[in-house]
Design a protein around this ligand. Structure first.
Ligand SMILES: [Zn+2]
Ligand SMILES: [Zn+2]
Length: 406
């Protein structure tokens, strides 16, 4: 077999890039796969170009996903305009034929060699991070903290993938995903809602696996962006009481109420937000703060909103270094931890809550554009045009069609 392939020379190269003709890859005529696809490629900072790229081929433990919907995340804007936290071939992501986008969902259309955990035609949401599977953190289930992050090229290939960060992402028509990153979704869930499963999974990971929240504990969420709003929804679904949301935009605070916030605080109208939180929690600090605002004063406010021994999860990327009142944290035995995304398969539990309709994630989806209009969609997300929160792009109208259950 090897000798036969070697004889084929350039033909073999061509074959390896073609899903249909790669040994061990399973496809179905129900889902014809083209050789090339449309993909947005990042040039200089802020510059995206729509190009043709080969449809990637799934390897062992991977599937090919037809991307039916992809949401724009604040982190995508960071990557497109500034570079980090993306790391392509060990450096900035510019002019490397890199396709960003990481909050996507779709339909499995090809199975890599040995994959029988998923079937062709199955709808899935996808987690971003496939760890290397061999480092200490991956072995602990903390694959978002993989020690071989970004090592997936050339001589240092550890097989790590973080689609849209270290490997090609979702602003295109097809992408490969490790099966460990897939979350099956049912046909009742719309494509747009499917893009929010990982957002909710990130909130779940912050509150339960990392935080240890149990029912009846109290939570403040600062910043009503998508992660913050999902943190409100997940905290309430987990039985937290009270759940308090702080922010500056009344329309978003109102959505927070619909998602389960017991109280909201507009910090523009409340000079002492820490005192207000304590007032709302019977004079005491809360058990958890999930900080999603990236405001400069947010961490020092957060460590005062929690009670002694409380926990502060930092879920937003601050742009500059922030002075922190360490003595207050030490004196009061406060736990502070960062979170860069989903982990420990918390996404599966978030999906279970969404399947049970414990909260309506679609309340934060505001706009949908065709994939070809990605620059418009990005403008809506970046400038919050028409109060945009979650903006989604879709490759084709046909992608909205649900696959009939077999
Ligand atoms: Zn994101
Ligand atoms: Zn690892």
């Amino acid at each position: 077999m090897r000798g036969h392939q070697a004889d084929q020379g350039s033909k073999r190269l061509l074959r390896e890039r073609n899903v249909k003709a790669t040994a061990g890859v399973t496809i179905s005529e129900d889902f014809p796969i083209p050789d090339t696809m449309r993909a947005w490629v990042l040039g200089d900072p802020g510059q995206l170009t729509l190009k043709d790229k080969p449809v990637p081929v799934p390897k062992r433990a991977e599937v090919l996903v037809r991307i039916d919907a992809v949401a724009i995340c604040a982190t995508d804007l960071e990557i497109i305009y500034h570079g980090p936290p993306a790391s392509i071939q060990g450096g900035l992501p510019f002019n490397k034929n890199f396709t960003p986008g990481h909050e996507y969902m779709g339909t499995v259309v090809a199975l890599g060699p040995g994959v029988d955990e998923y079937r062709i035609g199955q709808r899935v949401a996808v987690e971003i991070h496939a760890g290397c599977g061999q480092c200490k953190r991956c072995r602990e289930g903390m694959y978002t903290s993989c020690h071989n992050y970004g090592l997936n090229y050339g001589d240092v290939d550890k097989g790590h993938r973080a689609n849209g960060f270290t490997t090609d992402g979702g602003f295109c028509e097809y992408q490969v995903n490790n099966i460990n990153t897939l979350v099956a979704i049912n046909d009742e869930m719309t494509d747009e809602e499917g893009t929010l499963v990982v957002t909710a999974g990130t909130a779940m990971y912050a509150l339960t696996e990392l935080g240890g929240l149990v029912a009846g504990e109290s939570v403040v969420v600062t910043g009503p962006g998508p992660i913050g709003l999902m943190a409100v929804a997940v905290a309430k679904a987990l039985g937290a009481q009270p759940v308090i949301l702080t922010g500056t935009r009344d329309n978003r605070l109102q959505i927070g109420k619909k998602l389960g916030a017991d109280a909201v605080i507009n910090i523009r109208e409340t000079p002492d937000v820490v005192a207000e939180v304590r007032k709302l929690n019977c004079g005491r600090g809360v058990d958890y703060v999930v900080e999603c605002s990236a405001a400069t004063r947010a961490i020092n406010d957060a460590v005062r909103m929690v009670n002694r021994g409380g926990k502060v999860c930092l879920a937003a990327f601050a742009h500059e270094e922030v002075p922190v009142d360490v003595a207050h944290i030490v004196r009061n035995n406060i736990y502070v931890y960062g979170i860069r995304g989903e982990g420990k398969s918390a996404t599966h539990r978030a999906e279970a809550y969404m399947r049970q309709k414990r909260f309506d994630a679609t309340l934060i989806h505001t706009h949908t554009f065709p994939l070809d209009d990605l620059p418009t969609a990005i403008r809506y997300a970046k400038d919050r045009v028409e109060d945009a929160i979650k903006v989604v792009v879709k490759a084709k109208a046909g992608a909205t069609q649900k696959i009939a259950a077999e």
